[in-house]
Design a protein around this ligand. Structure first.
Ligand code: FAD
Length: 463
């Protein structure tokens, strides 16, 4: 029987689901899978993107761990594709490769002032609070007012973490330096800005509702944003998710609300419960400029209105809010991989249903993609499963075009990494690190405390 020696690069949910689906599929060949991950820990954005106060979502890790624990997949952690292993290496040792390298960078937002000190990408902030080893350990939380630009779940995550009291995050797995940083934050007001209306948001009802449940944080919405047009009314009628979102807003509008924002700063507390922090949601607010000379001093936006074709247009009314920090949460963006075609505009590997294609739309033999690097950085963890199914189907049907490795023996890649002096970890190493983090947490009656520095992660992996 032929054997498929498969390399998967990226141990996020997409890569792990692809391995699982392939192992469980009915097939005419044996399979052996090596999973390469640049970090000493697997699970990608489930560990380093999903917010720490979302333990239910983080719980997906249990299912992913079960896949790794089946014993049919070798994990090579702390191995960076493009430096520690190359495409030529993979061709020498495997029949095919699936890239599932996700996305970790912020998409750009091209407005004046976006480069000022105090203006940040949401992805960088997320990497900080989720303890990603490749990002700065310190985060300047010195703003009393902050703007978050964007209307997706990541914008709400960032707004929630900024406005939540640090002690309310203590039961989570946040690293100690993140707790200390958030603890001394002087923030009182977080303003979230979306270009479109409240019935066109990209966030989900669960994430929105959660904002209203934060301890000592008042929700502020503005009545002027809720003069629904016909398209919004139709959306409420026809879409259950939008209907629930409308209901959540209604509750806030009936209770704590303000007629319209003042032009130069936070609202008066007249209509609020007197919490020490406020989270404002502004709609029909298109970003125009981050204001300031040496650092962020404010945010300028233009009021918009529905254009009748599903979008919005500016109405020439400009407003400013005084803030000392701006976070842009306008999407993630994938990174190119050595030797692999890349679509610079979309930040993805060009592909046809997971089969990677070149500049001339021709299939690149033996090379496949799945997850966010295949489809772009949208969608939930569950979507990476259907993604993986499609990619694996093509891989399985494509046997005639697989590579013919000259060193298919399982030991050969280990020898290569050792000869190169790559300090790689394995599944047992991850299990050691996992146990170590749990023990650190148990000492403080917390479930886990994440280890952040890469060298400490590796040391804990090696016991
Ligand atoms: C802030 C945020 C919050 C989210 N919250 C939720 C949520 O609450 N619920 C939900 O369902 N979804 C959520 N998502 C979406 C979810 O995280 C993604 O759908 C999912 O993680 C995408 O999986 P992936 O495997 O394609 O990519 P990733 O999870 O990004 O995994 C890619 C892996 O590849 C590795 N890698 C990258 N480059 C290399 C290289 N050169 N060599 C070796 N390894 C490499 C990375 O280290 C990483 O481990 C959230 C996303 C973000 C950004």
């Amino acid at each position: 029987m032929t054997k498929l020696r498969l390399a998967i690069v990226g141990a996020g949910p997409a890569g792990i689901y692809a391995a699982d689906i392939l192992l469980k599929a009915e097939k005419q060949f044996d399979v052996s899978i090596d999973l390469f991950e640049q970090l000493p820990a697997p699970y990608g954005l489930v560990r380093y993107g999903v917010a720490p106060d979302h333990p239910r979502i983080k719980g997906i890790i249990t299912a992913l761990r079960d896949v790794l624990d089946t014993g049919n997949i070798r994990l090579f952690g702390n191995v960076y594709y493009g430096r520690d292993v190359t495409l030529d290496d993979l061709k020498q040792h495997y029949n095919a490769v699936i890239f599932s390298t996700g996305a970790i960078k912020d998409a750009p937002l091209d407005i004046p002032g976006i480069e000022l000190p105090g203006s940040y990408g949401a992805a960088d902030f997320v990497s900080w609070y989720d303890g990603h080893p490749d990002f700065p350990r310190e985060w300047p939380l010195d703003a009393s007012s902050a703007a978050v630009i964007g209307n997706g779940n990541v914008a709400l995550d960032v707004a929630r973490i900024l406005s939540k009291h640090a002690d309310d995050l203590l039961p989570t797995d946040i690293p100690s330096n993140v707790y200390e940083g958030l603890k001394q934050s002087p923030i009182t007001d977080v303003h979230v800005f979306g270009r479109r209306g409240p019935m066109q948001v990209k966030f989900t009802p669960l994430e929105l509702r959660e904002l209203g449940e934060l301890n000592d944080v008042d929700m502020v919405v503005y009545e002027e944003d809720f003069d629904y047009d016909d398209a919004s009314l139709a959306a409420i009628e026809s879409n259950k998710q939008i209907m629930v979102i409308d209901r959540i807003f209604r509750k806030w509008r009936d209770g704590l609300q303000s007629d319209g924002p003042q032009s130069d700063g936070p609202q008066s507390d007249d209509s609020q419960s007197g919490a020490s922090r406020r989270l404002h949601l502004h709609f029909f607010a298109g970003p125009i400029e981050v204001l300031g000379t040496d650092r962020v001093e404010g945010f300028r936006y233009e009021r918009t209105e529905p254009d009748g074709a599903g979008g919005v247009r500016g109405i020439g009314e400009f407003r400013e809010v005084a803030v000392q920090a701006v976070y842009r949460a306008v999407g993630y963006f994938g990174s190119p991989l050595d030797g692999i075609p890349f679509d610079e505009r979309r930040g993805v590997i060009p592909n046809r249903e997971g089969q990677v294609i070149d500049d001339h739309d021709e299939p690149v033999n033996g090379v496949y993609a799945t997850g966010w690097i295949k489809r772009g950085p949208v969608g939930l963890i569950g979507h990476t499963k259907s993604d993986a199914m499609e990619t694996v189907r093509h891989l399985m049907n494509d046997q005639a075009n697989w590579w013919s490795p000259v060193q298919p023996e399982e030991d050969a890649i280990v020898t290569l990494l050792e000869q190169r002096g790559v300090d790689f970890t394995n599944l047992q190493g991850w299990q050691n690190l996992d146990e170590h983090e749990r023990a650190l947490g148990a000492a403080q009656e917390r479930e886990r405390i994440k280890v952040v520095p890469r060298d400490e992660m590796i040391a804990a992996s090696k016991g």
